[in-house]
Write a protein that binds this ligand. Structure first.
Ligand SMILES: Cc1cc2nc3c(=O)[nH]c(=O)nc-3n(C[C@H](O)[C@H](O)[C@H](O)COP(=O)(O)O)c2cc1C
Length: 222
């Protein structure tokens, strides 16, 4: 597989088979992804991978907390409070496209909420991954986390696996970091569901759009 093929093939997958993933494979991918660049070679990422009975226990704990209406202060604001267009329009468009694929209309708010809650079961994936970072790290280091995570997702694709990055976990930072035993000086950035794609899941048929190049890039060679 070429890099171009991996980049084209990667999508956020939101439905997984319960086929187990070889822990040695995940370990190798997590390690290899650290070839990602980082400013000053800080390598500011911290990664926790959870599977097996530990993941089952965590998911059960989360499900019980959700059912009880448990709420936490989010780790950070996932989006700016005032999200202007074109960003707000893009966010709305991907939401509508996704719920359109699954067939949950806008009026069915409970249905959409319930579907969103599948995030907290890692969409059925047998492996969950969390990325944390020292609280003192700033935007440049957070961008390093993105480089790491995209490198990992491309390696995941190359290995025949699929993934969904998940910032939704920032809504429950206390539960996640307590479970992981994360030291207080570190905060949660995001999670990631990893496993073999369930191709029968309608949500997985979604191919997200991208804004045209002219909207966000300029080129000058004069
Ligand atoms: C940092 C990050 C966090 C994300 N968090 C979530 C999430 O919590 N739940 C979810 O279903 N998708 C999540 N996504 C997936 C995005 O919705 C997705 O990347 C975007 O719509 C583009 O689609 P694609 O990944 O299929 O190309 C996240 C993506 C990124 C990069």
């Amino acid at each position: 597989m070429t890099v171009t093929e991996a980049v084209e093939a990667r999508r956020s997958v939101r439905g997984f088979l319960d086929t187990p993933v070889d822990p040695a494979l995940i370990r190798a991918l997590v390690e290899r992804a650290a070839r990602a660049p980082s400013g000053g070679n800080l390598q500011p990422w911290h990664i926790d991978v959870v599977g097996g009975a530990a993941l089952d226990g965590f998911k059960a704990e989360l499900a019980a907390a959700l059912a009880a209406g448990h709420k936490e202060t989010p780790a950070y604001a996932i989006y700016p409070l005032a999200l202007d267009d074109p960003y707000e329009a893009r966010r709305r468009a991907i939401g509508e496209a996704m719920y359109g694929h699954i067939g949950i209309p806008r009026e069915d708010r409970a249905g959409r909420r319930a579907w969103f809650a599948r995030n907290f079961a890692f969409f059925g994936a047998p492996v969950g991954l969390f990325c944390t970072v020292e609280r003192g790290m700033g935007p440049p280091q957070w961008s390093d986390l993105g480089m790491y995570l995209q490198t990992l997702m491309l390696l995941i694709v190359e290995a025949g696996l699929a993934a969904c990055p998940q910032e939704c976990w920032a809504i429950y930072p206390e539960t996640v970091t307590r479970f992981l035993g994360t030291p207080a000086e570190r905060m949660l950035f995001c999670g990631m569901a990893i496993g073999y794609e369930d191709t029968s899941e309608p949500a997985n048929a979604l191919r997200s759009e991208r804004a045209p190049l002219e909207d966000w890039a300029t080129f000058r060679f004069d």
